[in-house]
Design a protein around this ligand. Structure first.
Ligand code: ATP
Length: 441
């Protein structure tokens, strides 16, 4: 597990997971770009989530809604009034802090006194259309959740799904955070994966049973990401501290290198959202159960997952350093290895010709092209083979395939496994099925 976030920031930049945003212009505070490996890792996480929570279930459907919604949505949801954080400002250096995130360093380094807390709305505002007046003000969505409520009736009409049913969405959200930071942990532009699961208020077992069920599903997901249970903590949010809509919330915290902080959350939102949208839109949000004829506004359990925090937790969890033997007998050197679960690894297989000689290039490239039909492949012919192995270890590539001069005669290559570093000779014509087996096991 990673102890120092700076090590990850440097590896991620060097290898192409995550770059500082707009870097050639001096950057933009707390904005980050996912590079070639980062986008693969992030997509693997999002696709796995979509498969697990949408495609593999009969009671879930997905949507992909517009980022900018009618401003009335945010009036109805309570965000315009309540989506605020208490902000204080240092009277001396004018740095602004969220009250629960005042930096300890600030007291030591500046020592200035702080103003009284003011409430600050975190929605990111812009204007739609050419005229910048009050009538054109719109907001970037601060969560993906509201579209699931706004589209609820359309989804049910279109799919003929019955309650209980869930609607899921993956997409960007924007918050004008007062204190962004800790790398990609808290940014002003981020991605969420959210589920709104609609139930009857008189469901057998009550909402409590559904809440427990979804908490279990979230645990399964974290297991799938390979996050160890001892690094995960469940925090029941007491009365008075929950968001304005929630009757019960559990925050799921993870041991990040900069402290134990929120990774995901689950909330029981009751009928708060649909009821308010009914009131503000005048659209009837009732549902009539076709078997019992019971008419009700559905209640909602909301499991919510941050995409960027998932990426960060996965990188932190699987980062490892060990002493590994070098080519010279008896000597060891530090090996950095990302022990990513195979299905999350951005590059599945590296193809490494032992030398740049043209005899090896042809056969190596054709092996790489063949494997690319099924897997993400990295072809690398620069530097010593030892260095190339280390480079693949650092980015979590589960297998390296080395093509040497013997390959020309025996039509075999050496496959090296990342974690054990064990090597075996595999016949080239059987390579694809060998890897298909490995990745399916
Ligand atoms: P926090 O207390 O850290 O501000 P929150 O409780 O406001 O988070 P939610 O509104 O529950 O967060 O958002 C759901 C999820 O979205 C969070 O669990 C987190 O994974 C992610 N998330 C929220 N805010 C950010 C952000 N600024 N940057 C990155 N991810 C975020």
């Amino acid at each position: 597990m990673l102890k120092d976030i700076e090590q990850l920031i440097s590896l991620a930049k060097r290898r192409g997971f995550i770059f500082p945003g707009s870097e050639i212009y001096g950057g933009l505070a707390n904005s980050w770009d996912y590079g070639p490996l980062g986008v693969e890792l992030k997509n693997n996480i999002k696709q796995a989530w979509w498969r697990m929570f949408v495609q593999q279930r009969g009671d879930m459907v997905g949507i992909d809604a517009a980022l900018i919604m009618n401003p009335k949505v945010w009036e109805a949801s309570g965000h315009l009034k309540n989506f605020t954080d208490p902000l204080v400002e240092c009277k001396k250096c004018h740095t602004r802090f969220r009250v629960d995130q005042i930096s300890e360093n600030h007291a030591k380094e500046c020592g200035g006194t702080l103003t009284e807390a003011k409430m600050f709305n975190m929605m990111l505002k812009t204007h739609l259309g050419p005229v910048e007046d009050e009538a054109s003000v719109v907001y970037f969505r601060p969560e993906t959740a509201q579209a699931m409520f706004v589209d609820f009736k359309s989804v049910l009409n279109a799919t003929r799904q019955r309650i209980p049913v869930g609607i899921a969405q993956i997409g960007k959200a924007f918050r004008n955070e007062i204190t962004p930071g800790n790398y990609i942990f808290r940014t002003r532009e981020f991605e969420q994966m959210e589920i709104e699961y609609f139930i009857s208020p008189s469901a057998k077992g009550g909402w409590e049973e559904q809440f427990d069920y979804w908490l279990e599903q979230m645990k399964n997901w974290m297991k799938f990401l390979g996050l160890k249970s001892e690094h995960i903590h469940f925090r029941e949010i007491p009365d008075g501290e929950r968001a304005h809509y929630s009757k019960r919330t559990i925050d799921i915290d993870y041991d990040f290198p900069f402290g134990t902080k929120e990774l995901y959350g689950i909330a029981y939102r009751a009928d708060f959202d649909l009821k308010n949208h009914q009131e503000f839109s005048k659209e009837d949000m009732n549902y009539t159960d076709p078997t019992t004829n019971e008419k009700f506004i559905p209640h909602v359990i909301e499991p919510t997952f941050g995409v960027d925090r998932s990426v960060l937790a996965v990188l932190v969890e699987h980062y490892d350093e060990e002493d590994a033997p070098t080519a010279e007998k008896g000597e060891t050197e530090k090996r950095v290895v990302l022990r990513l679960p195979k299905y999350l690894a951005p590059i599945k297989i590296a193809v490494l010709p032992l030398s740049k000689k043209p005899e090896l290039e042809g056969i190596s490239k054709s092996i790489a092209d063949e494997l690319r039909k099924h897997f993400t492949v990295n072809y690398d012919e620069t530097q010593s083979i030892g260095k190339r192995y280390r480079r693949q270890d650092e980015i979590g590539t589960p297998y390296c395939t080395t093509v040497d001069f013997d390959s020309l005669d025996d039509k075999k290559v050496t496959v090296r496994e990342r974690d054990s570093m064990k090597q075996e000779r595999i016949t080239i014509s059987e390579l694809t099925s060998y890897f298909i087996d490995k990745f399916n096991s």
